[in-house]
Design a protein around this ligand. Structure first.
Ligand SMILES: [Fe+2]
Length: 140
């Protein structure tokens, strides 16, 4: 019997950036696209059942890239729309915690990246950009 794939890398599942995600700040849009790319890389790696080392490398780059993006976004908000900073910071902290935990669990074989993890990442980013980040877009 064929082994069931943990993730589906059907093109329709890829996280694609389009104008509806634009927050009207070029640097942040570019970073959001980069984040979508990393999540898509993780989906492909999972579907191909690659070695744990490779999966951990992608999780680490997701952490580093997200942390840099959050810093840049918060710095811009600090300058322009301070009132929205607190909510952003708490959302960002929750995401980074999730990624650290994921890395830890994958590293210690408690969990592996599967469809559920990918759906969480997809949904988190879509909702974060469309509901939270969009609140500052009118100031740019
Ligand atoms: Fe944000």
């Amino acid at each position: 019997m064929a082994k069931k794939k943990r993730c589906d890398d059907d093109a329709s599942k890829a996280l694609l950036w389009d104008e509806s995600f634009s927050v009207r700040a070029q640097v942040l849009d570019k970073q959001h696209k980069g984040l979508f790319d990393i999540i898509n890389q993780l989906r492909t790696a999972c579907a191909r059942d690659v070695e744990k080392k490779e999966v951990l490398g992608i999780i680490k780059s997701l952490y580093t890239y997200s942390a840099t993006h959050f810093q840049d976004e918060e710095a811009l908000l600090e300058k322009k729309v301070c009132i929205l900073l607190g909510e952003q910071q708490s959302h960002h902290a929750i995401f980074l915690d999730y990624v650290i935990n994921l890395e830890h669990k994958v590293n210690s074989n408690v969990e592996s990246v599967d469809e559920e993890v990918l759906i969480f990442l997809d949904t988190w980013w879509k909702e974060h950009i469309l509901k939270v980040d969009m609140q500052y877009s009118k100031f740019f």
